[in-house]
Design a protein around this ligand. Structure first.
Ligand code: ADP
Length: 502
């Protein structure tokens, strides 16, 4: 066997990558995915278009690598999490659109659960918070809108899955209906302690158990691909949600290792090993992978706007020509001139979870220049990451020995140094870009024996560029955090006022 295939089915598009035994990328292909916005706050995909984009990218990636499907040791899948699909078990035809994780149509239902004993039950069992992101209220919404679906769902004729399950089902020609524990842990229906679907939560949301996929290990047996799909029976052997895949691909598979992905938003995951630790308010607990894909726990935090604030400086304000320019501009001034920018365009995430917060700039003077605002925007990413890690570690971010990072904004060396200074721990930037796909490939490769130990594919991360905290700039960063704290308080005060107006 020559290679492993990784499928990375993301919100904006699908990517297929062929990875060789030494971790080298042999071929890849990408397709954008159409987005549908039927009304404000609603976001949908077509389940058929998701599948079609995956099918096409697999074929193209194989062509680019000059390989046939029968030369593949296995397939690993990583995916946008929480997105909800319901389809007919017998025909494979989707019953409706895929409701995407970003979709807010179930906000009112979630509001109605706040402050109830059900909310406490959900938090205790699932480690999540009540929010429209997660799958359960989306399934409930679909079943409510289609009264004729319930009896078919109870009979197991109409089935539910997140995108991973949908792809497994299609890849195996409809023979396997399964998911992995990382994806299951994002549905609001899965008990982290029992490591199984939770009957109380299923009944709370009116989801018949017969609809649910079987939960397997992230490195596991998910059947073989139907030869009609791409010409050979290849084991589907790895399934893992995108953030957990990045954590695993970064080699963070034991307690107190952590990663941050800085894209449009930023996601921080801290591995807590095989014990569930109690989480501070606003921090999610989620299932992750141990060294061979086995069940483990992690804390998760979301920063809703990260690189998107840099895009706004470029497209909204025209202050910079491209994102890369932000680095030179931040270096051009000694500090942010007392300016703080909280880019809460869409509310605040971990640990505040304040949907009404909005972007806030404080500290402007007649001497403020655009360089100061650009620098304040980058600083906000680093301060927010510190806030998330503080919430996860009871204010002791140095209890982790390093932060492994990936995503577009890690190209900014000034930001990475500032992040190390703000955290007081080294920041490691791998040279490989596709850590998420590498995680899925790694799991599939281990399961099929293509790799015998995780250390064998890790070199694919490439050489790390390491940013060590600098004693002098550390104290300046620490002083800056006080101002950041006040700026955040201002943004939250504004949000409280908005609430008071209603
Ligand atoms: P996503 O997967 O969310 O689309 P990417 O990982 O591709 O995101 O990262 C893109 C984001 O990174 C953009 O929001 C962009 O503004 C930001 N970005 C890219 N280069 C830089 C840079 N040099 N400095 C700061 N931010 C950057």
């Amino acid at each position: 066997m020559t290679a492993v295939l990784a499928i990375d089915q993301g919100t904006t598009g699908s990517r297929a990558l062929i990875i060789g035994h030494d971790g080298r990328l042999l071929g890849s292909s990408y397709r954008e995915l159409p987005q549908y916005f039927p009304s404000p706050g609603e976001v949908e995909h077509s389940a058929e278009e998701i599948w079609e984009s995956v099918r096409v990218t697999i074929r193209e990636a194989l062509e680019k690598a000059s390989l046939r499907a029968d030369q593949l040791a296995g397939v690993g899948i990583t995916n946008q999490r929480e997105t909800t699909i319901v389809w007919d078990r017998h025909t494979g035809v989707p019953a409706g659109p895929a409701i995407v994780w970003q979709d807010r149509r179930t906000s009112a239902r979630c509001e109605s659960l706040r402050g109830t004993t059900d909310e406490a039950l959900i938090r205790a069992r699932t480690g999540l918070v009540v929010d429209p992101y997660f799958s359960a209220t989306k399934i409930e919404w679909l079943l409510d809108r289609h009264p004729d679906w319930l009896s078919r769902a109870e009979a197991g004729d109409l089935i539910f899955g997140t995108v991973d399950s949908w792809l497994v089902y299609r890849l195996t020609g409809g023979r396997v209906h399964a998911t992995d524990h990382t994806n299951a842990s994002r549905t609001l229906l899965y008990s982290l302690d029992a490591q199984a679907w939770d009957p109380d939560l299923c009944s709370l949301f009116g989801v018949p158990a017969a609809m649910l996929p079987e939960v397997r290990s992230s490195a596991g047996d998910y059947g073989v691909t139907d030869p009609e799909v791409f010409g050979a029976e290849v084991p589907v052997a790895g399934v893992v949600g995108d953030q957990q895949a990045a954590l695993y691909g970064q080699g963070a598979w034991s307690a107190d290792t952590a990663k941050a992905t800085y894209g449009t938003g930023a996601f921080v995951l801290l591995h807590t090993g095989d014990t569930r630790r109690s989480a501070a308010d606003g921090v999610l607990t989620t299932a992750a992978c141990g060294p061979r894909g086995e069940f483990a726990y992690a804390f998760e935090g979301s920063i809703l706007i990260a690189g998107a604030a840099i895009q706004w400086l470029r497209d909204g304000l025209g202050l910079i020509e491209d994102a890369a320019e932000s680095e030179a501009m931040a270096r051009a001034v000694a500090d942010s001139g007392g300016v703080y920018f909280v880019p809460a365009f869409a509310g605040l995430g971990t640990p505040w979870w304040e949907p009404r917060a909005r972007g806030t700039v404080v500290g402007l003077t007649r001497g403020t220049q655009r360089e100061h605002l650009v620098r304040a925007t980058l600083e906000a990413m680093a301060y927010s990451t510190r806030d998330v890690l503080d919430a996860m570690t009871e204010g002791r971010p140095d209890s982790i020995d390093s932060l492994r990072v990936d995503g577009g904004a890690t190209r900014n060396a000034w930001l990475m140094q500032f992040q190390a200074d703000v955290l007081g721990v080294p920041v490691h930037v791998p040279s490989a870009a596709e850590l998420t796909a590498l995680g899925a490939a790694g799991l599939a490769g281990l399961q099929t024996g293509f790799w015998s130990a995780p250390e064998q594919f890790l070199p694919a991360r490439g050489e790390d560029r390491v940013f060590e905290p600098d004693a002098e700039s550390r104290s300046a960063a620490e002083a800056g955090r006080a101002g950041w704290g006040r700026a955040l308080a201002t943004a939250r005060y504004w949000a409280a006022g908005v609430r008071g107006d209603e």
